[in-house]
Design a protein around this ligand. Sequence first.
Ligand SMILES: CCCNc1ncnc2c1ncn2[C@@H]1O[C@H](/C=C/CNC(=O)c2cc(-c3ccc(F)cc3)cc(O)c2O)[C@@H](O)[C@H]1O
Ligand SMILES: [Mg+2]
Length: 214
Amino acid sequence: TQSTRPQRLLGAVQKKATRGNPRSVIQTIDQFCRQREWAMNVGDEKGCILDSVVTETNPTTVLELGTYCGYSTVRIASLLPPQARLITLEFNPDFARIARQVITWAGVQDKVELVEGASGDLIPKMKAQFGVNTFDLVFLDHWKDRYLPDTKLMEECGLLKKGSILLADNVICPGTPDYLEYVRNSPRYQSQYFKSHLEYTKVEDGLEKSVFLG
Ligand SMILES: CCCNc1ncnc2c1ncn2[C@@H]1O[C@H](/C=C/CNC(=O)c2cc(-c3ccc(F)cc3)cc(O)c2O)[C@@H](O)[C@H]1O
Ligand SMILES: [Mg+2]
């Protein structure tokens, strides 16, 4: 039977990346996506912006919406201090299965909790079921029309505190117009756009960083 692109991406990681070395896993995936098959990872250019936001936030609790193959999961987890943890939500079981193997190959599995399911169902369970109080950083990279409803849901569930950071991928391409309008006009957020390019291309894209003001 035909393999899927995520399976081929995992194969490249297991063949070429150094086990236990997150940077090697990231480099291998970027090389695979540039030289073999494009895939919707945040990529190396936007990934550097992600890295700088993670390091300056120095978060204890991070939420990622949309794991896919685990590229940004590994990127974020590799920058977290020892006690910090990253919860990543993925509702496609095939992608979750691939991501778990990428995360383990990178050796960051102790900092990551990959939860299979839809964000809309899981966000309301974060406090009771996952022992989360609030998130210091949320990385949004799932279906683009779900950024806004899930942000409102996180507000309603009391998962954001004064100073919590939302970092959203793809606010230009494919675009998240309703989300952008909300975070840029709401008095509850201070937003900043980081201009970049769509992963592995010259097309414009960018990340929007929004600080929750409480
Ligand atoms: C109920 C749905 C909402 N809740 C959800 N809860 C948990 N996981 C969810 C999810 N939605 C989607 N997912 C998962 O996130 C991932 C989806 C990501 C969607 N991303 C994109 O569409 C995307 C698309 C592009 C793109 C850009 C240009 C182009 F020509 C083609 C594609 C670039 C990107 O960087 C992207 O992130 C999948 O793994 C999916 O299974
Ligand atoms: Mg993306």
